[in-house]
Ligand binder design. Structure first.
Ligand code: LMR
Length: 333
């Protein structure tokens, strides 16, 4: 063997070794989200990690980054798009920046008849067509994760629409939430989830809306004197993946990941209700805030104030999706 052949042979061995090592490297799937681990979405993400790693026999490693540790609200969609992360579960109120405004129709006030009404709509053609629309943006829509109904809060009781007059209320991004808070006389402001606690504490905003699990784990209840369990709108997430990543997974691995998605979705949706019941109990037990419930007459007053919102929303999110949703909800405007 001459010197050149010897070098080539050594190189081939080294390369062979490298190739073998490479073949054993797991596929890394980064899953970023903005809430605490101890919430329906946080637990769902950890369940997905457990199942995906189990079903793929460790061929996929899922790294979960909770609590905006990797990216904040809007950044995370950019990161998914560029392939810096592979999976997210943003609230459906946050899809407008990527040109999918129809998702915001799900924020329309009082359109779901309780948990069962919500589930029926999401399992039906509306949920399916929304998930499918993600494909046009290079995103794989994998399912919806539930987080129940919103409460709303400030440092004063919010019982009648007039109580909202002039209050600055943080919203997460939806133009529909913008409409319904304006209909109550409030001044909605979009702000990233990770900035809400401080904004409430320092008075940059007067109030916010969210579910009990988010109020509890982010400690919003410590800086809001009054919370109304109004259930005026619903918070849900779309579980999504970078399309190239998801569709490029080798066949058997893709099937194992699909199975993990299905089971983690069922798991998240099965715990969401109880997680929020428990969080509300803990908030009440803290003694740091007063939780109010609306009387039927107060609910009627809110619904009357919201009446114009359905028509106005058509211009913001599209007439067809609003019509479909109102029809499914049995609401005529
Ligand atoms: C919010 O920004 O209020 C929510 O979308 C946070 C979340 O993901 O639950």
């Amino acid at each position: 063997m001459n010197r050149r052949d010897a070098i080539t042979a050594v190189g081939a061995v080294a390369l062979g070794g490298a190739h073998q090592a490479f073949a054993q490297q797991p596929i890394i799937c980064k899953f970023s989200h903005v809430v605490a681990n101890d919430t329906p979405k946080g637990k769902g993400a950890l369940k997905f990690k457990e199942l995906a790693e189990k079903y793929t026999g460790g061929k996929v490693k899922v790294e979960v980054y909770p609590n905006s540790t990797l990216y904040k609200d809007k950044e995370e969609l950019d990161a998914l798009n560029s392939g810096s992360v592979q999976m997210l579960a943003p609230s459906t109120a946050k899809f407008r920046p990527i040109g999918l405004k129809e998702f915001e129709a799900l924020d329309l006030p009082f359109v779901f008849d309780g948990d069962a009404g919500y589930q029926k709509v999401m399992d039906g053609p509306i949920g399916q067509s929304l998930l499918k629309s993600l494909e046009t943006k290079g995103i794989a829509g994998l399912g919806f994760w539930d987080n129940g109904f919103h409460m709303v809060s400030a440092n004063k009781p919010l019982l009648m629409p007039a109580d909202f007059q002039g209050l600055k209320i943080r919203i997460s991004g939806s133009k529909v939430a913008d409409l319904y808070f304006r209909a109550l006389g409030a001044l909605p402001q979009i702000m990233a989830f990770s900035e809400v606690y401080q904004a409430l504490q320092t008075g940059v905003v007067d109030g916010c809306e969210n579910t009990p699990s988010n109020y509890y784990t982010q400690k919003f209840y410590e800086v809001q004197k009054d919370i109304t369990n109004s259930q005026h709108a619903h918070l849900q997430y779309a579980l999504i993946a970078n399309g190239k990543f998801w569709n490029g997974l080798p066949g058997p691995i893709r099937q194992q990941m699909d199975k993990a998605v299905k089971e983690a979705t069922d798991y998240c949706n099965s715990i969401a209700r109880q997680e929020n019941v428990d969080a509300l109990k803990a908030i009440k037990a803290s003694g740091k805030t007063t939780v109010h419930t609306l009387t039927p007459a107060q609910v009627t007053a809110w619904k009357a104030a919201f009446k114009p919102v359905y028509k106005e929303a058509e211009g913001r999110v599209g007439k067809k999706i609003v019509d479909d949703l109102l029809k499914a909800a049995g609401i005529s405007v």
